[in-house]
Design a protein around this ligand. Structure first.
Ligand code: TMP
Length: 210
């Protein structure tokens, strides 16, 4: 695979969507073949799985079911959307990837990181982001931003304790993967965040000769 894979991670309200749009323009303006996608989702099948996962009616979903559904959505996403672009030498920007499962299901739901890695072994098929940005927003700021949202889905409706665990999980994951995951202060302006992200990308692309 000759392409370049970037994933963007963050808690609810951290501004991932805005940053992905800005990055897409950045790459397109420079003539790169870039595809933006998201997890869970990115294609018809994975989007259907997403609907099941976030549906507020599915309150009784067990943590294992949830983890398997995210992995199933990911398997389809990797094979039908990510791998083909990387094989063509393109750039993939994904709103979330495996790190989300490690944090939300592994840490916050308490299934353990090893279990989540095992479950996802076939789904990711050796695909790993070259670079990941974690848009860091404190649980309090995240909650404040969510208050402006009209309706919360099943995952967003989880209590403060769960979202604190998600935040702690991300911090632990970032510590273990310092090389790959760049922590960005998401409380700054969108333009400032974009500049920081671009600076990291340009450094790495230069190193890789892209
Ligand atoms: P989004 O709102 O950022 O699109 O993500 C959907 C929700 O799914 C969000 O609450 C995070 C959660 N999630 C997991 O719990 N595990 C995963 O593997 C992924 C990709 C997302």
């Amino acid at each position: 695979m000759s392409g370049f894979f970037i994933s963007i991670e963050g808690t609810d309200g951290s501004g991932k969507t805005t940053q992905i749009e800005m990055l897409e323009h950045y790459f397109k303006d420079r003539g790169f073949y870039v595809v933006c996608t998201r997890e869970p989702g990115g294609n018809r099948i994975s989007e259907k799985i997403r609907e099941i996962i976030i549906d507020k009616e599915n309150v009784g979903m067990t943590a294992v079911t949830e983890a398997l559904l995210y992995a199933a959505a990911r398997a389809q996403h990797v094979y039908s959307d990510i791998k083909p672009v990387l094989n063509d030498g393109g750039i993939v920007i994904s709103d979330r990837f495996l790190d989300s499962s490690l944090v939300y299901q592994g840490y916050a739901r308490g299934l353990g990181v090893k279990t989540i890695k095992d479950i996802n072994k076939y789904a990711v098929a050796d695909v790993e982001p070259d670079l990941t940005f974690f848009l860091r927003l404190t649980p309090a700021d995240s909650l404040a931003r969510k208050k402006n949202q009209k309706e919360l889905d099943r995952m967003e409706s989880e209590g403060e304790k769960f979202h604190r665990l998600v935040y702690d999980g991300y911090m632990r994951l970032c510590k273990i993967n310092k090389e790959r995951i760049k922590v960005i202060d998401a409380s700054k302006s969108a333009d400032k965040i974009h500049s920081e992200i671009v600076a990291c990308i340009e450094k790495l692309l230069k190193e890789k000769g892209i």
